[in-house]
Design a protein around this ligand. Structure first.
Ligand SMILES: [Mn+2]
Length: 346
């Protein structure tokens, strides 16, 4: 887990002008935290201006709260005039990932990410780009924090809050896939961050639509022994699919939780496991097969299948049969999730 020397970041950056910072479509807190941290680093250390481009919608309540309370400003993707920028920096994602399309006509000058994933498709990476990909890290925000530290930039309260949230949610408060570095960054940043803001981001108020989505998820869930399959129809957001997978893996005795839902012309899928040492990415790659694409690290993976050529029901059937096959539970009948006690005889 060694970082490339920070001087190589300096070499990859333009001497002047502006750069675009972006992350995956439908950014999560780690993506947002890494963007805010990188923007702060560029302005404080390199006197370089940057604009954020956020693609897709931010809908999960914590993410919406994080963006609003930290006042994270961005340009629409169509708002980038390539002539105004010297290049693109990508965080918490990589150019070859299907859910990430940096604004075109600009070279990728830096990549900082902690995901495993497809290695192809990086043709737009500049020759002397700073590329740091290391799946040992629990969060990309930790990697950005370590760059700040190596370059002797102390984050302000807002930047610290953003990076802290990235680590907090990607590692579930250090409980999941956290390394010593994640731990050190977490506690350092917690000291520097605005705590009132952190509390408001962590427990945001929720619309009734949120509870309706969760009711649908409970209804759709089927328990196949150690495997939970929650293959929903239309969902309010891709994040809600991830949230359902996260929520249901907490069911006692469960080892794998797979959730799926249709949104924006794609069937979004999230896989979680609490089996010690299990790797979700190869499992999801098998389940989505050639029809889909995915990425992930450790116990979590996410991906999608386009609904342009396949019907929703076909995709659900495909995912269900491959998941039951992979996990060896083809013979187990799926049971509804809520187990109701027998009514008390009157
Ligand atoms: Mn991440």
């Amino acid at each position: 887990m060694t970082a490339p020397p920070p001087e190589s970041l300096a070499r990859a950056l333009p001497q002047e002008g502006k750069v675009v910072l972006c992350t995956r479509r439908h950014p999560d807190p780690d993506g947002l935290g890494a963007l805010v941290g990188m923007q702060f680093l560029l302005s404080q250390r390199f006197n370089l201006d940057s604009d954020l481009v956020l693609e897709g919608r931010i809908r999960r309540a914590e993410n919406v709260a994080m963006r609003r309370l930290l006042d994270i400003q961005s340009l629409p993707k169509g708002g980038v005039d390539p002539a105004e920028y010297a290049g693109v920096i990508l965080v918490d994602s990589q150019p070859g990932f299907s859910h990430t399309r940096p604004p075109g006509a600009l070279p990728v000058i830096a990549v900082v990410d902690h995901h495993d994933g497809p290695k192809e498709g990086g043709e737009e990476i500049a020759e002397n780009a700073f590329v740091w990909v290391d799946s040992d890290f629990g969060a990309t925000s930790t990697m950005v924090w370590s760059l700040l530290r190596a370059l002797e930039v102390v984050p302000d309260a807002r930047t610290a809050a953003a990076l802290f949230c990235g680590i907090r949610y990607d590692t579930q408060d250090l409980a999941r896939e956290a390394t010593e570095q994640d731990e050190e960054a977490f506690f350092e940043l917690q000291k520097l961050a605005d705590r009132g803001l952190l509390a408001r981001i962590d427990r945001p108020s929720l619309p009734r639509e949120y509870f309706a989505q969760m009711a649908d998820a409970i209804e759709a869930c089927r328990v196949h022994g150690p495997v939970l399959l929650t293959l929903m129809g239309e969902v309010t957001s891709p994040e809600s699919v991830a949230e359902v997978a996260d929520w249901f893996v907490r069911l006692e005795g469960q080892q794998w939780s797979l959730a799926g839902g249709a949104c924006d012309g794609r069937y979004q899928v999230s896989l979680r496991t609490d089996l010690p040492g299990a790797d979700a990415y190869p499992a999801l790659r098998f389940i989505l097969g050639e029809e889909g694409s995915c990425g992930g690290h450790g116990p979590m993976a996410g991906g999608q299948i386009s609904l342009a050529e396949l019907q929703l029901e076909e995709v659900q059937t495909l995912i269900r049969s491959r998941a039951l096959e992979l996990f060896g539970v083809v013979d187990l009948e799926g049971e509804p999730l809520p187990e109701r006690p027998d009514p008390i005889p009157s």
